[in-house]
Design a protein around this ligand. Structure first.
Ligand code: CP
Length: 296
């Protein structure tokens, strides 16, 4: 298969090559692919991922096709495979897909153009992990030995599940800190107040209300007090540490509104880096970097 499906199948050297190319794009590298077209197929809502892929395409001289799935034949029941196969016939050079189903790409083994996973179910969000890694690398110049706490609704988070495995391989000490009902075996648990004082990176997760089978047992205010980054906790953070969040953010739930743009928050820098990471993966894919990827 061709494309970026999950970072789990890439080596550390390949991951570093993507991050280094993204940094070069940020520093002004220009590459153009005139005459190419690509398409975004978002079966779930998105602002950052969808539009930063679009900006990345435009920056690379690639025409993004404007597709509204609400008015497409998806609404007549067309399958994911048939939709992607249609765009391949229309001459696109790549397809960006966000889908509710874990490992949706297993149905696309016969597709010949590169596919970019923009988030699959609760499994992976590889370009989010890459932009998170780029942000950490810019900040600290290394991964080895850094301590990160992934905080919040871990069970429903493809960001947490996709990132933890790669971060451990890169030498980060990875912990999760979450309420018991949103905890799984992604990484060792750490109490939030210990994480706040000892971790280099506090990576907050959005409480994914739309994925919950039952309403949260506590109020948003109680969640914030017990498990959120309050102003008081932000003040106690380790010197030199940073706050990250994939966004969108629930202000007053997992993060106090005042902390979203405080001096050690990197949330909007993550969004900015998302464009460069997506430029890097598109450019590498068109140059053959993701050809013949084996998906176990
Ligand atoms: N972080 C992220 O994936 O945001 P969107 O859902 O807006 O793309």
């Amino acid at each position: 298969m061709k494309g970026l499906f999950t970072l789990r199948v890439l080596t550390i050297d390949q991951i570093m090559e993507i991050i280094n190319l993204a940094i070069k794009f940020k520093n002004g590298l220009v590459k153009k692919y005139p005459g190419q077209k690509m398409v975004n197929l978002f079966y779930e809502n998105s602002t950052r991922t969808q539009y930063s892929f679009q900006v990345a395409m435009i920056n690379l001289g690639i025409a993004p096709l404007a597709v509204d799935l609400e008015t497409s034949s998806v609404k007549k029941g067309e399958t994911l495979y048939d939709t992607v196969r249609t765009f391949q016939s229309l001459g696109v050079s790549g397809v960006v897909i966000r889908h509710i189903t874990d490992r949706f790409y297993e149905d696309l083994r016969e597709i010949k153009v590169p596919i970019f996973n923009a988030g699959d179910g609760k499994s992976d969000h590889p370009t989010q992990t890459l932009l998170d890694l780029m942000t950490i690398y810019e900040e600290f110049g290394k991964f080895e030995g850094l301590k990160i706490a992934i905080v919040g609704d871990v069970t429903h988070s493809r960001v947490a599940h996709g990132a933890a495995e790669v971060m451990k391989r890169l030498g980060l000490e990875v912990y999760v800190s979450s309420p018991p009902q949103y905890r799984d075996d992604t990484a060792a648990h750490i109490e939030l107040d210990e994480a706040i004082e000892t971790c280099d990176i506090i990576n907050l997760l959005r409480v994914q209300f739309e994925r919950h089978a039952h309403e949260m047992e506590m109020s948003k205010e109680e969640y914030h007090r017990l498990y959120g980054l309050t102003v008081e906790r932000q003040k106690r953070m380790k010197k030199g540490s940073i706050i990250m969040h994939p966004a969108p953010i629930n202000r007053g739930v997992e993060i106090a509104s005042e902390c979203a743009e405080c001096e050690n928050a990197r949330i909007y820098k993550q969004i900015e880096n998302g464009v460069y990471v997506r430029m890097a993966v598109i450019s590498l894919a068109l140059d053959g970097f993701f050809d013949n990827i084996e998906i176990p």
